[in-house]
Structures are given as structure tokens and as C-alpha cells.
Design a protein around this ligand. Sequence first.
Ligand SMILES: Cc1ncc(C[n+]2csc(CCOP(=O)(O)OP(=O)(O)O)c2C)c(N)n1
Ligand SMILES: [Mg+2]
Length: 426
Amino acid sequence: MKSTPLPLHLHVPEPTGRPGHGTDFSYLHVSPAGAVRKPPVNVAAADTGDLARTLVRVLDDEGHAVGPWAPEVDAALLQRGLRAMLRTRAFDAKMLIAQRQKKISFYMQCLGEEAIAIAHALALSPGDMCFPTYRQQGLLLVRDDIDMAELICQLMSNGRDPMKGRQLPVMYSYKRAGFFSISGNLATQFIQAVGWGMASAIKGDTKIASAWIGDGATAESDFHTALTFAHVYRAPVILNVVNNQWAISTFQAIAGGEATTFAAHGVGCGIASLRVDGNDFLAVLAASRWAAERARRNLGPTLIEWLTYRAGAHSTSDDPSRYRPADDAKRFPLGDPIARLKQHLIGLGVWSDAQHEEARKEFEAEVAAALKEAERHGGALIDGHTPPIESMFEDVYKDMPPHLQDQLRQARAFAPSPANNPAAGH
Ligand SMILES: Cc1ncc(C[n+]2csc(CCOP(=O)(O)OP(=O)(O)O)c2C)c(N)n1
Ligand SMILES: [Mg+2]
């Protein structure tokens, strides 16, 4: 007997919470701290299936480091990590205010995600190259050789902006710090990172690449192409997927995190993969070291899904109260990375509430001073200063070709003269 054909329909994933009713976070499937095994670095990719569906965690609810992933690490490194997280949070908070005060046009925080970039940076070596998104400012703020005032000059697009106002605020570029230029076109840097890692191997070099992408951007085809190249050639690269649950107002399930995990995408592509508590500084450090060692020993790529929560708005142009419950960050089961590492260090007897408060104030003062210093160099929003018209034509060709010289002459003819624009030429 022929059955009546059913009308077809599609499944559209929905978040489990919306403004007015709290999120049901059981969809995260959180493993207890210490419960997940740690295989040797030469594990076969196919044998990491369980690691891509459970959650590597080290810090338990009492702040103890437990289980096979608990890293060997001295207190000084952990203190450095905690201080860098506090520094990053202070920077973000002040830049948010600076945007509201119309000193900068745009800003993006990494509130609640600080552990991921900072612990990862501490697992890499000089010369390695990160291909970050706009939410890994911790890679820079953990370093003491990056001038904070210069970062703010980039945000202001002013006379000391190393990017000369040609990049959106937050799109820094520091080759010497292993920080590849951020691209506004999401996911492009993921495939570039794999290419950079392959080039390093082709040259017989020892440097590895670290690629970064958000949960939402994994829906771009560049992500999948990157996995193919990384897998086929066993590229020396760490493939970081930061699953902070949201892509602006789009829930992570829409990008493919509902029926499977982002880490499992890696296993499906023949890549050793881990799903890790991104708010657990020790777990991030341990997993990053594990993946870096695999890359350095020619064992190929590792995909790591970092589970975290974007506690702030997507950017200063976003209002998350329109699409998610206001108190979700507080209810997120993996807590706050700063509070968790602080609790651990106090438990070890190498940190105190007083030291914490002192460090917080120290960084608040540092950021305030850096902002003042940056403001001395002006900017379009501060004093109407914009770069001279010539800068639009420079830094592309060593010798400017005739057609550009011609365009420059025309542009000069249309540009306001310094007499009409008192800010020009400062
Ligand atoms: C190719 C491309 N598509 C869309 C955008 C617009 N856009 C900018 S950020 C963003 C959300 C990205 O979310 P996710 O990848 O999860 O990263 P997160 O912001 O959460 O860190 C979108 C859609 C873009 N910049 N580039
Ligand atoms: Mg996201």
C-alpha cells in the first residue's frame, strides 16, 4: 500500500532562551572537571571522537586542578595569566566608555572570553603566527612589548595609528608579535593560517600557525576548505573555534552546533579534535600545549572548540537585550574565567583578594594614562583631524604608477585646502 506523502518541512534551530525567559544551558553537555581522558599527542584523529563530544576541564567548582589534563605550571605563569586577563578586562571596559564618549567610533570587547587568547598565547613560542579574529585582543595585551597607547591610537585612527586609519578600529596588525592583520571578511584568516603553516613546513622552518574563528563564521566555506588542506597535508596548525554561543544575534545552533559539536566537524575531516572549557585557564593552557606539540612534531593539525560565553554585546553597535536573556552570562554553567583562576590561585596560597584589587586598580590607571597619551595624537572624532589625502595612495606600490599619480592630482584638486580645514596638516 502506498503511504500518503508527507508535506516536507525544514528544521530551523532556535535558542533555548529569549528575553524574558532564561536559557536552558543543558544543551552544552558539560562534563565534570577531570573526567575526560588525555591521550598521547600521537593519537589517531579517528580516536578523538569522544574528546570532540565531551568537555576537557581541569578546574573544579572549588578551584582545584584535577584530572589528567591538569598542566604542570608554576605559580608565576598563572599569576601572569590572571594579571593579563585583568588588564584585558580593564582595557575593554575603558574602550567601551571611550566609544560612548565619542572618542572612538567602534569597539569590540572579549568580556568573559579572556582566558582563551591569553592562556593560548602562553603555550606558543616566539615566531609562531596567530591569525586572530577581532576578539583575541588578549594575544596582544598579555605581552609587555606592545604599547597600549599605540593600540588606542589604532582605535582612534589618529596620527600615531600604525594602520594609518585604513582599518576599522580593533583590526590591529603586529607581525613582530605573531599577530596577523585582522580581516573584516570573516573566516578568510582561517585558510590563510593553514597556508602560512604549510609554507613554514615547505621551508623546513619550526614555526607553527594558530588559526582563529567564531562559531558563526564556521558556516563560511573558507572554514571547510581550511580543514581539508590542514588534514590532507598535515599542516602544522592549531584550528581554534571559539564557540561563544552567539554570532551577533544568531544562536550557535544556526551555524551547525545543535546536532553535533564544532569539534566533531574536525574529527569528521580526519583532524584530531578537542572540545574544551574555554573559561578554565588551566584547561586552555593544557589543550593549547598539547595541540602545539602535535604541530611541532609533524603530527598534523588539531581542532579545538573552546566553549565560552560572549558576556558583552557583539560590538558597540549591538543591543543583545533584544534577542537574549539579560542575565545569561551570570547563569552560564562555566562561570567567569577570571573568578575561577583567582579562586585557584588563592587556594594555592599565591594570590589574595587584596592583590587582586591592587592589580585591578593598577590596570585601570594604566589604561586611563594610555588613553590620555593616545588623545594627544588627535583623531577624526577628537579634533576633526584626518590624514592627508596623499595617504590614500601610499604604501601599495614602491613607485606610484602613472594612473595613480594622475588620480592623486585629481584628488588634490577636490580636497579641501588647509585654509578651509584648520585641522588638516596637524
Ligand atoms: C564574510 C562575512 N560575513 C558576515 C560578516 C558580518 N559579521 C561580522 S561579525 C559577525 C558574527 C560573527 O560571529 P562569530 O563567528 O560567532 O564570532 P563572534 O563575534 O561571536 O566572536 C557577522 C555575521 C562579515 N564581517 N564577514
Ligand atoms: Mg560567536
